[in-house]
Write a protein that binds this ligand. Structure first.
Ligand SMILES: Cc1cc2nc3c(=O)[nH]c(=O)nc-3n(C[C@H](O)[C@H](O)[C@H](O)COP(=O)(O)O)c2cc1C
Length: 169
C-alpha cells in the first residue's frame, strides 16, 4: 500500500501535470511503489496506510472550484468537466485515524496575478479535520486559464515533492 497519495482536480490538465510531477518527486525519495496519484472525482478517500496526503486543484474565483465555476470553464472551451473537485473530496473526508501529514498546492494564472488561493483554503480545511501540515500551501503558475504551465513549474513541482517526502520520512 502506498505511503503517499496525491489527489488532484484538473480541467485543462495543468494541475494534473503538476500532481504527476509532485508524485515523481515523492517517488524519487520513497520509491515508486510508495506513491499513488488519482483524481478527486474518484469517490474513495485516502488509503488507511497513507502517511502523506497531497491535495491540489486549480484556483477558481479566488478559492477552490465549485460546480458553477467548473461549469463556467465551458465558456472558455473546456470540454470535460469533473463532477467533483477537491472541495467536495475534502468535504467527504473524516478525521484521520492516525497521524497523516498533509500538503496542498494550486495552479493559478500568472497574468494578471489575482489574490486568493485554492491551496490555502484547502489546507485550512484539512488542518481543521486533524491532518498535520507538512508545508505551506504551494502555488504553480499557468498562462491564461487554459495553460500551458509557466516555465520551470514541473521541475519546481518535482523538487517540492521530494522535499515533502524527506519531511514525511
Ligand atoms: C471559472 C474560473 C475562475 C478562475 N479564477 C481564477 C482566480 O481567481 N485566480 C487565478 O489565479 N486563476 C483563476 N482561474 C484560472 C485557473 O486557475 C486555471 O484555469 C487553472 O490553473 C488551470 O488548471 P487546470 O488545467 O488544471 O484546470 C480561473 C479559471 C476558471 C475556469
Amino acid at each position: 500500500m502506498a505511503r503517499a497519495e496525491v489527489v488532484y482536480e484538473s480541467i485543462w490538465g495543468n494541475t494534473e501535470a503538476v500532481a504527476r510531477a509532485v508524485a515523481e518527486g515523492i517517488a524519487s525519495r520513497l520509491g515508486e511503489a510508495e506513491v499513488s496519484v488519482r483524481a478527486a472525482s474518484d469517490e474513495t478517500g485516502p488509503d488507511p496506510s497513507t502517511q502523506l496526503l497531497v491535495v491540489g486543484g486549480p484556483t477558481h474565483a479566488f478559492g477552490m472550484s465549485r460546480p458553477a465555476t467548473r461549469e463556467s470553464a465551458k465558456e472558455r472551451g473546456a470540454t470535460t468537466i469533473p463532477a467533483r473537485g477537491i472541495r467536495e473530496w475534502i468535504d467527504a473526508l473524516g478525521a484521520p485515524r492516525t497521524r497523516v501529514a498533509v500538503a496542498t498546492f494550486d495552479t493559478r494564472t500568472v497574468s494578471p496575478r489575482l489574490p486568493g488561493s485554492a491551496a490555502k483554503k484547502a489546507l485550512k480545511r484539512l488542518v481543521s479535520l486533524g491532518y498535520e501540515p507538512a508545508a505551506k500551501a504551494e502555488t504553480f503558475g499557468v498562462h491564461g486559464y487554459e495553460g500551458p504551465l509557466a516555465d520551470g513549474e514541473l521541475e519546481r513541482a518535482r523538487a517540492w515533492g521530494a522535499q515533502l517526502a524527506d519531511r514525511a520520512r
